[in-house]
Design a binder for this molecule. Structure first.
Ligand SMILES: [Zn+2]
Length: 92
């Protein structure tokens, strides 16, 4: 578990990745990625570091999902009901 978290931390300090990218690279499910991301976010705080999130956005109308506490990808756009959503991306 720790090793995977360390790998995610090193990935995110080098670049910006979405949960799908991370799940493919580390061969874990997206659900596991979100669990790790939440733990990483908590463990970074005492070190005065922050996990930054590029919010998910609708590819049809450009609506941005700004809700900061949601790490996972929304299913559909509340504005146009489109389902082409750009996943949120994370970096440190
Ligand atoms: Zn939309």
């Amino acid at each position: 578990m720790n090793t995977i978290r360390q790998e995610i931390v090193s990935l995110l300090s080098e670049g910006e990745y979405g949960a799908k990218d991370i799940s493919k690279m580390l061969h874990i499910s997206e659900k596991e990625v979100y669990t790790h991301i939440e733990h990483i976010n908590r463990s970074l705080k005492p070190q005065k570091m922050r996990l930054k999130i590029t919010p998910a956005a609708c590819l049809t109308c450009g609506f941005k999902f700004e809700a900061r506490n949601r790490f996972s990808s929304p299913g559909r756009c509340p504005k146009c009901k489109g389902e082409h959503i750009q996943d949120p991306k994370y970096f440190i």
